[in-house]
Design a protein. Structure first.
Length: 297
């Protein structure tokens, strides 16, 4: 399975680097000015290539191994796990994030329609992203690494991969200079170089901590729903702060994470993740579950 994952990643990147340039060159012939930057076209191509490869590698990837984590809870329990997870991560993150407001960011007041439109996009997107990433990084990758190693290495390795992937972001400033055999790999080099930008190590630490908490949530509940709720809550908090605050005049953010991942690079943000970790341990402990069950009867 690990071999299949490596093949999936390597082939997705290689094929995309090869076929994206001719596709983009065709777009330059169809449009005087292509409606999308090269980075966006590359993203769409690599996503399509990955989906096709996943279909071809479906047996080797053993995607059915994810099913037990979805079947381990009833619909009612799943809803309770998701709701609890969202409340814990979102509430904790917003509490700590509010302590950072005034330093480099400040609340911005806009018309109610602006907030409604953002929320209508933010909430569904948060759950979709959480579902996809938890299925892959926790139910699939973490579990498979644990099968060939042990708990702690699996926690650290899967969480490190999860964190690094988030900083392999598109470079919208990349200028497509025309077709060549190597232009696709040139763009890949630009994307990989982004890992050397200032602030990326701090961001990786923050997201690694998040990944570890999500692995622990999956490990202790044996279902994926608590992890999905926690993940979605964190996305809502990070993106919510991004949408509903403005930059303080003169404030400078680290070039790697930028303002988008400002919260995960701050020690206060790491502390908020640690608090969530302790809450997760508490609510998944046998004594807490027994007390909750008794209170409901």
């Amino acid at each position: 399975m690990i071999r299949a994952l490596i093949i999936l990643i390597v082939l997705s990147v290689l094929i995309s680097c090869i076929i994206t340039p001719p596709i983009y060159s065709a777009l330059t012939l169809l449009f005087a000015a292509p409606p999308w930057p090269y980075s966006r076209v590359f993203d769409r191509v690599i996503l399509l290539v990955a989906i096709i490869l996943i279909w071809f590698l479906r047996k080797e990837l053993n995607l059915k191994s994810v099913e037990p984590f979805f079947n381990a809870a009833s619909k009612r329990s799943a809803a309770a796990f998701i709701t609890t997870g969202v409340l814990i991560s979102f509430g904790t993150a917003m509490l700590f994030a509010s302590l950072l407001v005034g330093d480099k960011i400040t609340w911005q007041l806009k018309e109610p329609a602006y907030y409604y439109s953002r929320l209508l996009k933010l909430v569904p997107a948060a759950f979709i992203i959480a579902l996809i990433e938890e299925s892959f990084f926790r139910a699939l990758l973490y579990q498979k690494i644990k099968e060939i190693s042990s708990l702690i290495p699996a926690l650290l390795i899967s969480s490190f991969i999860y964190a690094v992937v988030h900083f392999l972001t598109p470079d919208k400033s990349f200028t497509y200079s025309g077709y060549s055999l190597f232009v696709g790999f040139e763009y890949l080099g630009v994307v990989l170089k982004r890992l050397t930008l200032a602030g990326v190590p701090q961001g990786i630490i923050g997201l690694m901590l998040v990944g570890i908490v999500l692995c622990v949530a999956l490990e202790r509940t044996k279902n994926i729903y608590f992890s999905i709720g926690l993940h979605a809550g964190w996305i809502m908090a990070v993106k919510g702060i991004y949408y509903f605050t403005a930059t303080v005049p003169g404030a400078v953010f680290l070039s790697g994470p930028g303002r988008r991942y400002y919260l995960v690079t701050e020690p206060l943000g790491w502390l908020s993740v640690a608090v969530v970790f302790l809450i997760v341990l508490l609510v998944t402990s046998d004594s807490f579950k027994w007390s909750a069950k008794k209170a409901c009867t």
